[in-house]
Design a protein around this ligand. Structure first.
Ligand code: NAD
Ligand code: UDP
Length: 326
């Protein structure tokens, strides 16, 4: 179990800290009294996510691609490695199918470089991995012992295999170099600050609903996901960071629903009467049919479970999107 009273003031490197999850995480870490260095090349992130931190002397931003050698002046105590494109939508400019080489490089070379920084400073290291390491899972719900069902050359392979490599090299540094490493397998997370044109299902549906358009359901909409609000995820990441646990750990909300149910909920909450449009050919062949985390390990090792229900989290996200859409 995590003892927060023992939390020291750390200087923390956050790769990908100008992204959606990263920016929420650094807000939390600054509140805890830590000093933050963000390294981000802004390929899918935005300075808008960190603009409120301008002038904060505990916050430092370096624009840099972590797939190239990383130089950080001064001591680093912890590295939170979040840098990677994360949206599977090939129609979004921020989707990893549009950034295949960058995605493979950041998962492989970027993780190697970030681990190198950890080794140089004898810093602790946390990898933001993903439920995509399970691919289109044949076990349901997914436990950490499930080894996955990934097509190495399919449309999602550039992301899935990069993250699987990232986990392998992280464990190798832990075992071979005695580095203190953690691996979070993050399941679908949503919330304020997601790009309007990110391409993932919740931003797509909210933008369409607020514009009075039908929601684009890919395939028959019977595929399932389990959605975690970002504040809950940040709490889980923070607890994992402070824990002594070194094996991969699922972080996500175990409430499973179909994409069609999600669409109906968002239409209802926004008062959108345009319904849904089923687009059979938009679903990629590796799109998982069912996804739900088993979070027993996180409950046991971190004392963590999500607290924010989907309706509450969606309302906060809809409000943020309304503000940004003007
Ligand atoms: P995001 O796209 O908003 O954030 C990713 C950040 O990484 C961006 O700011 C981007 O500019 C930066 N980045 C990408 N490549 C880089 C590089 N080579 N050098 C420096 N910076 C780089 O996405 P997110 O949803 O916030 O995801 C953050 C992390 O969490 C990713 O590693 C992602 O794989 C993981 N994750 C997210 C989810 C989710 O549902 N949001 C689920 C599973 C895993
Ligand atoms: N999806 C959809 N309409 C959209 C975007 C996504 O029906 O406009 C579906 C997608 O096919 C997948 C699910 O929603 O089955 C979740 O997609 P997302 O891009 O959020 O991420 P994934 O969980 O697939 O990584």
């Amino acid at each position: 179990m995590v003892d927060h009273s023992k939390e020291d003031r750390l200087r923390i490197l956050v790769t990908g800290g100008a992204g959606f999850i990263g920016s929420h995480l650094i807000d939390r870490l600054l509140k805890e009294g830590h000093r933050i260095v963000v390294v981000d090349n802004l390929v899918t992130g935005s300075t808008e996510n960190i603009a409120h931190l301008a002038g904060n002397s505990d916050f430092h931003f370096i624009k840099h691609d972590v797939s190239n050698f990383i130089f950080i002046p001064g001591q680093i105590d912890y590295i939170l490695h979040l840098a990677s494109p994360a949206s599977p939508n090939p129609r979004s400019p921020y989707g990893y199918p549009q950034l295949p080489i960058q995605t493979l490089k950041v998962g492989a070379l970027g993780t190697h470089n970030a681990l190198g920084v950890a080794r140089a400073f004898n810093a602790k290291f946390l990898l933001a991995s993903t439920s995509e390491v399970y691919g289109d899972p044949l076990e349901h719900p997914q436990t950490e012992s499930y080894k996955g069902n990934v097509d190495p050359i399919g449309p999602r392979s550039v992301y899935d295999e990069a993250k699987r490599f990232a986990e392998a090299i992280t464990m190798a540094y832990m075992r071979y170099h005695d580095l203190d490493t953690k691996i979070a397998r993050i399941f679908n997370t949503y919330g304020p600050r997601m790009r309007l044109d990110d391409g993932r299902v919740i931003p797509n549906f909210i933008v369409q609903a607020l514009s009075g358009q039908p929601l684009t359901v890919f395939g028959d909409g019977m595929q399932t996901r389990s959605f975690c609000f970002v504040d809950d995820l940040v709490e889980g990441l923070h607890r994992l960071m402070l824990s002594d646990f070194n094996e991969p750990i699922n972080l996500g909300n175990p409430v499973e629903m179909t994409i069609l149910e999600l669409a109906e909920m968002i239409n209802k909450m926004t008062g959108n009467n345009a319904g849904v449009e089923r687009l059979q050919d938009r679903r990629d062949p590796d799109d998982p049919q069912r996804r739900e985390p088993n979070i027993s390990r996180a409950m046991d090792k971190l004392g963590w479970k999500p607290e924010i229900g989907l309706k509450d989290g969606l309302q906060r996200t809809i409000d943020d999107f309304k503000d940004r859409m003007g």
